[in-house]
Every structure is written in C-alpha cells, then in structure tokens.
Write a protein that binds this ligand. Structure first.
Ligand code: S3P
Length: 184
C-alpha cells in the first residue's frame, strides 16, 4: 500500500483547528493522538474517555445497560463539545464516523486522518484489551464491520499507513500534516 503524494491539502488555513484521528478499533488512535499532541504542544482528547466521564459508566457497561444507541448519542454529544477546543488532537472511537453528523462536525473543525492498519495487526495488538470493546466479540462481525467502515474512513482528509511502531506512524502523520500546513 502506498500513501498518496504529499500535495498541499485544504486544512488548517481554513481555520480548522483540530486533528481528528479516525479508524477501526485498535489501530492506535489514542496512542498516536497522545504522541502527536505532545509533538505539536496541542491538547489531547479521547472521545471514549469523554463519554465514560460524562455517563459515569465504562463503555461495556453503557452498551450492556443502556444499549448502543445511547452510547452513540453520548458519543455525538461529546464530539460536538470536544470540537470547540482549539489546538486539540481528538482520538475518535472507531464507530463515531458511522454517523453522518459526526463526519460533518469533523469536516467543520478538524483535519481528519484515517489510521489504516491491516485487521491481522489490529488483532495482534489488541490481545486482551479486546474485552473492553463490546463490538469485538464475534470474529465474523468484526471482519464485516472492518470492511463496511473502510469506505467511510476513506472520506477522511488523508489516509495514514498505521502499520508498525507508534513512532514510525507518528513520523508519517507529522510529514502528512506538514504537507497540509507547512507552517507547523
Ligand atoms: C467502537 C470503538 C471503540 C468504542 C466502542 C465502539 C466501534 O473505540 O467507541 O467500543 O464501534 O468501533 P476504539 O476505536 O477506541 O476502540
């Protein structure tokens, strides 16, 4: 897989003062988000954490007690709130971009980056953490979700090859953002 050429893209010059990291569960959005925020001296927000804090339950508990629809509503609310904070990297949950309104919020406030990683590498990375993800339970449905969501993630401003160590992926992200905003 090759990344697209580093041509200038619409981005920060339009006043979009955030970076939104999107992509499937386990591709490294939170790890990368923290590293990127530290590098740029920006804030970092993890959408799942905001939801958990707001609702007062863990993600599996929200799914089990209130259902996925309630989780999605809380997620959409948290994204709108998070998007108001300037100079912020936001790691979105893997399903956040399924909702069109969320993609619109990203388009308005952020440069969006799709962290794209093969499912096999995701499986290997997630290991025991998978238990924290209610939608990870059944292999066939994970594969279906992975395929279905690719076309939504592909509408992000840029695709980043997220295979490999976090520092390597960070270098790719920094290079890509440099093409979006050479001043950064
Ligand atoms: C979900 C991904 C999770 C979390 C929830 C649902 C999804 O976030 O929001 O379990 O629908 O893909 P991560 O992508 O951070 O694992």
């Amino acid at each position: 897989m090759t990344d697209p050429p580093l041509e200038p893209m619409p981005g920060f010059a339009e006043g979009r003062m955030q970076v939104h990291l999107v992509g499937f569960m386990g591709v490294g959005k939170s790890t990368l988000g923290r590293l990127l925020a530290r590098r740029r001296l920006w804030n970092f927000l993890d959408l799942d954490h905001l939801v958990v804090r707001h609702v007062g339950l863990s993600v599996p508990e929200i799914f089990a007690r209130q259902g996925e629809a309630a989780f999605r509503a809380a997620e959409a609310h948290a994204l709108r709130q998070a998007s108001l904070k300037p100079r912020t990297v936001v790691a979105l949950g893997g399903g956040a971009w399924v909702r069109e309104g969320n993609r619109e919020v990203s388009a308005r406030h952020a440069v969006s980056l799709w962290l794209d990683c093969p499912l096999e590498e995701v499986r290997a990375r997630l290991g025991e953490d998978a238990g924290e993800r209610p939608l990870w339970s059944e292999p066939a449905s994970v594969e279906r979700l992975f395929e279905q969501r690719r076309e939504l993630y592909a509408t992000a401003d840029a695709r980043i090859d997220a295979a490999g160590a976090p520092e390597i992926v960070l270098a790719r992200v920094v290079e890509r953002l440099g093409a979006i905003d050479p001043g950064q």
